[in-house]
Write a protein that binds this ligand. Structure first.
Ligand code: C2E
Ligand code: MG
Ligand code: MG
Ligand code: MG
Length: 288
């Protein structure tokens, strides 16, 4: 091992790929490089999976749908969190391919569940900022609908609030066109950005997902539920369905029910599950 230049054998980069790392590259930069190489391999097949987290109607207790969450098991590093590798996919031009894989896989899974006799009524897929802004997004989405044969009403796209804020009229029009395809839209992590109320009114979304940090605040102190109550009130007045994310205990659930929140999702119900476990628990009558 040379003192000046660390030689790193990027096994994950494929056939005997050598990379030279300059001394100024810190451990984080080295790992980013390793993840970038690894992600290309992962996208080529085998290492990525989707897990599904159920969502429930808080009035009836019925399953309303599921959210697909991507999982990556790296052969050397183990499980890498999506928050980390999605940022890397964005930085290195892989988000289009990753987003496409997630969308296609989720839609194919839904169709397979339907053909098996029972399926959740909807699957939600997260869409990253760059993916949405990319020129090929609408065509890619149309292709997914066409090739997988999923009914568009059964697909929902979740877009984080921060992403939407940068939006212009052109981008709002893009969201409207997506919605015109029959796909529903949700604003994810709501409350973490700085949306104005007039902006919220103009935004063509069907669903508002209240960020889990606000659900966590419920019951912490007297004012803990104030924001949740306000978002439910305003959101429902604007005709949106409200989903509470990150519901972890029954006191949060009681509060959300008292406030007439529409849907809940979180560890109190279930974490995200591999497809077979999701189906055996939540798709009754389905052969797995
Ligand atoms: P998100 O879309 O807001 O997803 C919710 C995250 O909270 C998930 O983490 C989920 O596992 C976790 N979670 C669910 N219930 C609870 C709970 O009760 N308590 C707590 N503390 N956490 C809970 P995950 O899977 O690590 O994903 C993190 C973020 O990464 C997601 O946030 C989403 O923004 C992004 N992401 C995940 N999968 C995809 C994907 O396929 N595509 C894109 N573009 N982004 C994705
Ligand atoms: Mg989400
Ligand atoms: Mg969220
Ligand atoms: Mg999030």
């Amino acid at each position: 091992r040379n003192a000046d230049t660390a030689l790193y054998l990027a096994k994950s980069g494929g056939k005997n790929a050598f990379r030279f790392f300059e001394p100024h590259m810190n451990a984080d930069a080295v790992q980013r490089q390793q993840l970038q190489d690894g992600l290309r391999v992962a996208l080529a097949g085998g290492q990525l999976a989707l897990h599904y987290q159920p969502k429930f109607d808080l009035r009836s207790g019925r399953l309303t749908g599921s959210e697909a969450l991507v999982r990556w098991h790296h052969p050397q590093l183990g499980n890498v969190s999506p928050a980390r590798f999605i940022a890397i996919a964005e930085d290195f031009g892989m988000i289009g391919a990753l987003g496409r894989w997630v969308r296609d896989t989720a839609c194919r899974q839904m169709v397979a569940w339907e053909q098996g006799g029972a399926a959740p009524s909807q699957v939600a897929v997260n869409v990253s900022a760059q993916e949405l802004h990319g020129a090929g997004f609408e065509d890619g989405l149309r292709q997914t609908l066409y090739e997988t044969g999923i009914a568009p009403e059964r697909l929902q796209l979740e877009i984080t609030e921060g992403v939407l804020l940068r939006e212009t009229d052109a981008a709002l029009a893009k969201l409207r066109r997506v919605r015109d395809m029959g796909v529903s839209l949700a604003i994810d992590d709501f409350g973490t950005g700085y949306s104005s109320l007039s902006y919220l009114r103009r935004l063509p979304v069907d669903i508002i997902k209240i960020d889990q940090s606000f659900i966590h605040d419920i019951g912490q102190d007297q004012a803990g539920g104030v924001i949740v109550r306000a978002v439910i009130g305003i959101g429902q007045s604007l005709g949106r369905r409200i989903v509470a994310e990150g519901v972890e205990d029954s006191s949060q659930l009681d509060f959300l029910r008292e406030q007439d929140c529409d849907e809940g999702q979180g560890y109190w119900f279930s974490a995200a599950l591999p497809p077979k476990e999701f189906a055996s628990r939540y798709c009754q009558g389905l052969a797995v």
